[in-house]
Design a binder for this molecule. Structure first.
Ligand SMILES: Nc1ncnc2c1ncn2[C@@H]1O[C@H](COP(=O)(O)OP(=O)(O)OP(=O)(O)O)[C@@H](O)[C@H]1O
Ligand SMILES: [Mg+2]
Length: 220
């Protein structure tokens, strides 16, 4: 479960330039739920996701993840085992193949059973439909394929929470819809909590749980 209490975030660039990126709001997200984060450009969506993803700990208010204050987690552990983030820009390593990119998060982690890891890799390659592209490098992939690699990579560590910041932002609408369907399918299968930031109201419309941001506050 994710509990957000009076979350605020200021970006301070000197005394006269303070941005209230998040201006204090609450939210309770139960384990296994899907949520959409929507709102206009600059409303604080990425700021929120960066905090939940353990990429930014400079905030006020409280974020409780599975009954523990996010500030009390070892953030390396948190990012390796609890949460994974998918971005609009994919962030694949150009010199690595598809399968090497997917395996990347686990080569830093505790060495698990090798067989288990290979099984997980094969399973994810199948799930995202890239078994035949496993030896390709990112510049030999379409945008949709690249995002599917990023999704498989995010799932490789068996995270309980998946965060996606505009995962369809660089894709045409048909490919974007396939990516969202894939995220929803994997969320169901793996029973992960899924939070998707999107501009695309047609995606937001299908999801019941919403955080609608405006100027860093929740609209409702
Ligand atoms: N590193 C930073 N330094 C200063 N201000 C920032 C920084 N990052 C974001 N901001 C400001 O914080 C506010 C929220 O930004 P954020 O990136 O969270 O918006 P967003 O809702 O994700 O927008 P978009 O839909 O365009 O991605 C904006 O006013 C932005 O200018
Ligand atoms: Mg953003």
């Amino acid at each position: 479960m994710i509990k957000i209490q009076n979350l605020t975030k200021k970006y301070i660039r000197g005394k006269k330039n303070i941005v209230d990126a998040l201006a204090g709001f609450d939210c309770k997200i139960k384990e296994g739920e899907v949520w959409a984060v929507i709102g206009p450009s600059g409303s604080g969506k990425s700021t929120l996701l960066n905090i939940l993803g353990g990429l930014d700990k400079d905030y006020s208010g409280k974020v409780i993840i599975n009954n523990k204050d996010l500030k009390k987690y070892d953030l390396n552990y948190y990012r390796r085992h609890v949460v994974s983030t998918i971005f609009q820009q994919f962030y694949l390593i150009p010199s690595l193949t598809v399968e090497e990119n997917i395996k990347l998060p686990i080569i830093f982690g505790k060495q698990k059973n090798k067989e288990e890891l290979n099984e997980r890799l094969e399973y994810l390659l199948r799930k995202v439909g890239l078994t035949k592209r496993r030896k390709h490098r990112p510049n030999e992939l379409s945008g949709g394929e690249a995002q599917r690699v990023a999704i498989a990579r995010a799932l490789m560590t068996n995270p309980r929470i998946i965060l996606a910041d505009e995962p369809t932002g660089n894709l045409d609408s048909k490919t974007g819809k396939q990516i969202v369907d894939l995220l929803l399918e994997l969320h169901k299968e793996e029973k992960t909590t899924l939070i998707i930031v999107t501009h695309d109201l047609s995606i937001g419309k299908h999801l019941n749980n919403k955080i609608e941001l405006l100027d860093g506050k929740r609209k409702k």
